[in-house]
Write a protein that binds this ligand. Sequence first.
Ligand code: MG
Length: 264
Amino acid sequence: MTVGVLFDIDGVLVTSWQAIPGAAAALDAVRRRAHPLAFLTNTTSRTRSEIAASLCAAGMDVTPDEIVTAAGLTAEYLRSTYPDARCLLVNHGDVTEDLPGVRLDDVNPDVVVLGGAGPEFDHDTLSRVVGLMQQGVPVVAMQGGLSWATEDGVKIDTGAYLPGLEAAGGGRVTVIGKPAPTGFIMAAALVGIDPEHAVMIGDDVANDVLAAQYVGFTGVLVRTGKFRQAAVESASGTPDHVVDSVADLPALLDALGGEPGAAD
Ligand SMILES: [Mg+2]
């Protein structure tokens, strides 16, 4: 069975949308080896079309339909779990294009949907979310990332708010994207691979790598993006593989014996 690859984007292929050295060649090599692939990202500030355009501008040929976003996965979850519910969306950036069939209503919501953190996660808004939770309104988070790296330094993300919201609101938040199992399993299904034949490559040891290994993927950690050795040492598990960058992925796939459909 051919090994399929799920790529984290930020910190693996690009940093602040600039290509990481060797990323374009590595992606080409993986495509030439005919591994099924997709891009699994927690980015909630850009649509799939915008992400594909940004990757193309960075020299990587990627189409929107190859990109699995936390927003898209959340839309699928909302459509199946809360059909026709009125959703209060708290998100940084406009991703409504990736939320087809989701009814946005910030006046009288049935469900709260938390996207990526930003200035929108202010005191009044989060207080309102806690009030809704106390009334029993379910809360769905597109992803549970704790932080991401930018040129201006670290920014805290949605996952950093969730324990406080759960404690104050007296309820549980359902997380869809990384590190929750749901996103990995849905993404693997989308590219038609079983988790045991899937490789996840990411720069976040907990959110990308160990979370993927938890659902049966092979995890590959890169030493680019937000990689920190201290995070690896304090992590709750050990990555299956650690490589300097995505440039090392094609050789690793060969070593894993992925039985590629076409050699280069
Ligand atoms: Mg990343």
